[in-house]
Write a protein of this length. Structure first.
Length: 419
């Protein structure tokens, strides 16, 4: 079902992977998102993994996911005719999103000031690694650079070891989402005064925002957070928060205070199955933990906590994630299985909300399961509006239908290398 949320709104998406999510969010909301690609195809078409392990232009799973619901045209911005075509499209667009190096569009006569004269209502979003001013404005940045410069990477990894990279590149996903939000805020303002504006998104700053309370730690506590890996520094300096189980991992913490009843409940469960040693179940055991949250830090009590973690680890290794989850719910434990991709695909909660949707890709003759709506709206549903386009699939539809060019003109433009 076509979303009505942004019906009649048009966006020109000139980005690569750095802004793909911005256009995807607009497409999910029903906007007409035109993916403007160079004649050889967007760089995102070459991002692995590939369907059937075949590196074809239409086989990138990254492209199939993040370009779903968009229309594709080819356009050579290095060509004078191509630049004139973009100007024509801009006059018929509400939004434009791009992630070119600063100054590039200005150098070819397509900077914001020039485009705004053609369409004063245009909302133009530029994604950059470090913003458009300051000493770092011309720096380049891969995903690892954004996480490192934004501070989040400092917290990733094990204590006493170097920071580690985020496993799946996603710094630009944060930037793309912020570009979508900022564009909608500008659209709201435009509804009042009819004037568009230029938005500059700083990927480094988007990374800083993910730190949440870490930024306030030095101010409020006189110190900063450090890498803790699968541990937390809340109790005795270093307590385990991730345990292995029979088929994966589970997040669990033994502690006093709010966690006290959970800790006692898991010990009771172990006792039911004769898996708890006598010292753990005797009266007055775990002296370091209390309902009030008081935690003793004597060497003996810390040794008792370490031993307790070892016993719980051995117990969890006899259980599957499913068994542990059932008992977490039944016994009201503070814990949760650590889901992998397969778990998420089969998650009953996501299924009950019809989160995943099936999309037909006519060009490939395949059906794909994609993440669905990022929000459930009662009156204006959102979600994937169709499959990702093939390269230049909508050239005639847009150049002919939207711009009114004849078939002969389109053929001539292609022959001249403009599209």
């Amino acid at each position: 079902m076509r979303s009505e949320l942004l019906k009649g709104v048009r966006m020109l998406d000139l980005t690569d992977e750095k802004g793909a999510l911005c256009g995807k969010m607009f497409a999910d909301m029903g906007a007409d998102v035109i993916k403007v690609e160079p004649p050889q195809g967007c760089a995102t078409r070459k991002i692995p993994p590939f369907l059937d392990d075949e590196p074809e232009l239409d086989h990138s799973l990254h492209f199939l996911a993040y370009q779903a619901g968009k229309r594709s045209i080819t356009l050579n911005l290095e060509s004078a005719d191509g630049r004139e075509l973009l100007k024509e499209l801009v006059q018929r667009a509400d939004f434009l999103v791009e992630a070119f190096p600063l100054g590039h569009l200005e150098s070819i006569g397509l900077g914001y000031e020039r485009l705004a004269k053609l369409n004063p209502r245009l909302i133009h979003a530029t994604l950059t690694p470090f913003g458009d001013r300051g000493p770092g404005k011309d720096y380049k940045a891969a995903d690892i650079v954004s996480w490192a410069s934004g501070g989040a990477m400092f917290l990733m990894g094990e204590p006493g070891k170097p920071p580690v990279q985020m496993s799946v590149p996603q710094a630009w996903l944060h930037a793309g989402a912020e570009a979508a939000v900022a564009s909608m805020i500008a659209y709201y303002a435009r509804q009042a005064d009819g004037v568009g504006q230029h938005i500059v998104v700083n990927a480094q700053a988007c990374g800083v925002w993910t730190l949440m309370n870490e930024q306030a730690m030095p101010l409020l506590h006189g110190d900063y957070l450090r890498r803790s890996g699968v541990f937390t520094g809340a109790i005795g300096g270093r307590r385990k928060t991730v345990y292995q189980c029979k088929d994966g991992h589970i997040s669990f913490l033994i502690a006093g205070g709010a966690y006290f009843n959970s800790t006692k409940a898991v010990i009771a469960w172990m006792k039911e199955e004769d898996a708890a040693p006598e010292w753990l179940t005797r009266e007055g055991g775990l002296k370091s933990l209390t309902p009030s949250g008081f935690m003793s830090t004597t060497a003996a009590d810390l040794k008792e906590l370490d031993d307790t973690e070892e016993v719980i680890q051995r117990f969890f290794m006899t259980k599957t994630k499913k068994e542990l989850w059932q008992n977490i719910l039944k016994r009201r434990l503070f814990g949760a299985p650590v889901a992998n991709a397969a778990d998420i695909a089969e998650d009953p909660q996501l299924k009950s909300r019809e989160y995943f949707v099936t999309v037909d890709h006519a060009g490939l003759g395949r059906k794909f399961t994609l993440p669905g709506a990022f929000a459930k709206m009662s009156e204006t549903p959102v979600g994937p509006q169709g499959a990702a386009p093939q390269l230049g699939e909508h050239n005639h539809e847009i150049y002919g239908g939207l711009l009114g060019l004849s078939n002969q003109e389109i053929v001539a433009l292609r022959a001249a290398g403009a599209i």
